[in-house]
Design a protein around this ligand. Structure first.
Ligand code: ADP
Ligand code: ZN
Ligand code: ZN
Length: 733
């Protein structure tokens, strides 16, 4: 018997071992094994049991230990991950590692950690303690309040001193016992499934929910619903049916969308266990959640990208909310797209999948238009909310005060005077995106990137947002020695400053990564907004998604042009999505909303289509352009990125790769090779970057070509000085 093992390395191959001494007869694919690898010991996943190896048995090292008697990776997850490794052309060992919770990667056993709890013994009696043993009496009193048991942490939180537990135990007054962790949010008090009644659905919602209920087997659906149309209610009622059938639902949300508000809506509706897989969990809590999902007791799982690898005992439904969101695509290493894995997974399970968005990605929209996905639509807002009114505010010839035009300032005054709230969106944090010499025009650049340093005021320093380099503010221009260094352009801090001058009596609430770093800072700001008094919110895309601001009636996008002329062919799509997401914060309740876009390009055709005819009209025009330009979703892309410490090296590596492939006639006519080119920001974090784009009308020849190129790169003499990575279906260029 030979163990074929996937090991987390950058190598595209599996490794053979002799079985370990103990327990090889229980080995099954999907179990973890500890094996020697070079000078290290690593944990790999058993992929198959073989009878032959390409190496003689005597050359194979024995595996050290079999860590599981039943596979940690259920068969369907194993398949999902193998498919993903193959599709994204990523080494299987690394992909399998990433599919596992951290503690399992580290070799911890795949079971719940039993908790030690303390309770009073049956003889416990306060009278047995002398009145002078005050702290022991306090502790025993606490224990008596928790006859079912309490953890030492909880005791400490209630003011008890756990150090005295042993003293009480020696006196026969307290005892400890072990218990598996309790599933949070488990409510076994009643038989009712719901905590609150579902909302009566409006027509379009009803059609969507009925379509979900009728779905049998694999059924991919796009739920395209304008912001505020009640997509979440559709999710909730689709999930309800799935739970009634005894199954589990997996809900994927964008990184920024897993807010306490979102989780609370699911918990408020259902009595069954709802588990959120968020970044605040410890590794232990993550493993527990994973185990509860695997044993089927967690019924609704809500998580970000990596939650797609959560095992489900009784899969019933997958929902991907804000399916267009870029955070579903992992941007380093194993560059999978969780939405696309979700579709694969739903097909494997034979269950429905619902992709929801107000601004679907063009990939998904094309799938819906071509009939591959069912297209469900919510075109109106729920309840009394009306769609917001859009206006392009032409700022050519306008004086701007830190990015604010006079007409905008007037409009803010009007809304505040009516007692409502205002939201200003600017996707640039910091005080100013550049610090420039007034005498010679030289900006202060990052030494490690082709980028300006951003000026920050709190505390005063320069910060590169690309490599995180931070420096004090220089006094003099490095070029000419002048001391006239001045901020150029505005970020959120500067806008906040100017607003305070124009609106001295109104609270200004800034929401960006800097202002919300401290724990609970964001919650406090949100609480103040929800009080409902007039205020001005100014912030980055942290404000754009998920939040519900019933009193906001004016949304202004300070720089609608950002991204309009991007070199990335997806620039316009991303801009449109962001604009509509932000705009969706306006007028979500009974008060009508208005959206102002400050632009130097008020005649821009696509911008006009977007704001006057809506996302759908925009998206159809954009799809026409893509079709004409032979771009995704009408062609497939794979990007080979390379980086090196010396300029030109990455580019020449890719060039020689291309030439080598051409010489050996390895490039079929159906695959176009575009580049290599230096990346848009060539130097980043001290590395010089270049890329080669491969494009084809079909996936298969593209995939084959890339496999061949991987082989060439691995044996290329320059490969030691260049780091290369692959990106299948890239969303950033
Ligand atoms: P979306 O996710 O599409 O932006 P939400 O699901 O957040 O929209 O719904 C927006 C608001 O409309 C919420 O306050 C929600 O409670 C309310 N709502 C949703 N469906 C209905 C309905 N059928 N009747 C009344 N109010 C509804
Ligand atoms: Zn200068
Ligand atoms: Zn930098």
């Amino acid at each position: 018997m030979i163990f074929r093992v996937a090991i987390p390395t950058p190598l595209y191959r599996l490794f053979d071992y002799r079985p370990p001494i103990y327990g090889p007869e229980t080995a099954q694919p999907g179990c973890r094994v500890r094996v020697p690898f070079g000078r290290r010991e690593v944990i790999g996943v058993l992929v198959s049991l073989e009878t032959e190896s390409e190496f003689p048995l005597s050359k194979l090292k024995p595996a050290l230990e079999l860590l599981d008697t039943t596979p940690v990776l259920t068969q369907d997850l194993f398949q999902l991950t193998s498919w993903a490794a193959q599709y994204y052309q990523h080494p299987l060992g690394d992909a399998l590692q990433q599919a596992l919770p951290v503690l399992l990667r580290q070799g911890q056993p795949a079971h719940f950690q039993h908790q030690t709890l303390w309770r009073p013994s049956s003889e416990a009696d306060l009278n047995q303690l002398s009145s002078r043993a005050e702290r022991q009496r306090e502790l025993l009193t606490l224990l008596l309040e928790h006859p079912q048991g309490i953890s030492t942490d909880a005791l400490r939180a209630e003011g008890g001193n756990p150090a005295l537990l042993n003293t009480l135990s020696e006196k026969g007054l307290a005892e400890s016992f072990e218990r598996p962790p309790a599933l949070p949010h488990a409510d076994n008090t009643g038989h009712e499934l719901l905590r609150e009644a579902p909302l009566p659905l409006h027509d379009e919602q009803l059609q969507a929910v009925e379509a979900m209920h009728r779905a049998q087997g694999f059924a991919p659906m796009l739920l395209e619903g304008v912001t505020g149309s009640g997509k979440t209610e559709v999710y909730l009622q689709a999930i309800q049916r799935c739970i009634e059938e005894g199954k589990q639902a997996l809900v994927l949300v964008p990184e920024i969308g897993l807010t306490p508000q979102t989780i609370a809506r699911f918990k408020a509706r259902f009595r069954v266990p709802v588990l959120a897989l968020h970044s605040g969990l410890t590794d232990r809590q993550r493993l527990d959640a994973w185990l509860w999902a695997r044993e089927g007791s967690a019924r609704i799982l809500i998580g970000t990208r990596s939650a797609i690898f959560t095992p489900l005992k009784h899969p019933g439904l997958i929902i991907v909310d804000e399916e267009h969101d870029g955070s579903f695509k992992q941007q380093d290493g194993f560059r999978y797209h969780a939405r696309d894995l979700a579709i694969f997974r739903a097909r494997e399970h034979g269950i429905p999948i619902l992709l929801g968005s107000a601004t679907p990605s063009l990939e998904t929209l094309q799938n819906a238009l071509s009939g591959r996905f069912r297209h469900l639509r919510l075109t109106r807002r729920a309840g009394n909310a009306k769609p917001p009114r859009f206006e392009l505010l032409d700022i050519r010839q306008q004086q701007l005060d830190a990015g604010l035009s006079a007409p905008l300032i007037n409009r803010i005054h009007e809304h505040l005077a009516r007692g409502t709230q205002v939201l200003l969106f600017l996707n640039r944090r910091g005080f100013s995106p550049a610090l420039v010499c007034h005498d010679c025009g030289t900006p202060v650049d990052c030494t490690r990137c082709d980028a300006r340093m951003t000026l920050h005021r709190q505390p005063p320093h320069l910060h590169c947002h690309h490599c995180d380099r931070q420096t004090p503010i220089p006094r003099q221009c490095a070029q000419c020695g002048s001391d006239q260094l001045r901020p150029a352009g505005s970020g959120t801090e500067r806008v906040e400053d100017r607003l305070a001058v124009h609106f001295p009596k109104t609270p200004i609430l800034r929401v960006d990564r800097d202002s919300t770093q401290r724990k609970h800072a964001l919650e406090r700001i949100m609480d103040q907004v929800h009080q409902g008094d007039p205020c001005i919110l100014v912030g980055t895309q942290m404000l754009a998604k998920g939040h519900h601001f019933p009193k906001v009636t004016l949304v202004a996008i300070l720089d609608a042009d950002a991204g309009l002329f991007s070199a990335d062919f997806r620039g316009m799509e991303k801009t449109a999505q962001l604009i509509l997401q932000v705009a969706g914060r306006a007028g979500r309740a009974d008060l009508p909303g208005e959206v102002l876009l400050q632009t130097f390009n008020a005649d821009h055709p696509m911008l006009n289509t977007l704001v006057h005819a809506g996302y759908d009209a925009f998206a159809r025009e954009e799809l026409q352009l893509r079709r004409g330009g032979y771009l995704p979703p009408f062609a497939y892309h794979t990007l080979i990125r390379a980086e090196a410490t010396r300029q030109g090296l990455a580019e020449s590596f890719l060039l020689s790769l291309r030439e080598l492939a051409a010489q050996q006639q390895l490039l079929p006519d159906s695959v176009q090779c575009i580049g290599p080119f230096p990346s848009l920001m060539e130097k980043r974090a001290g590395l010089f970057r270049a890329q080669l784009l491969l494009q084809a009308g079909q996936r298969k020849p593209l995939h084959q070509t890339v496999s061949i190129l991987i082989g060439l790169m691995q044996t290329h003499p320059e490969a030691r000085r260049v780091r290369w990575t692959l990106d299948v279906d890239p969303i950033d260029s």
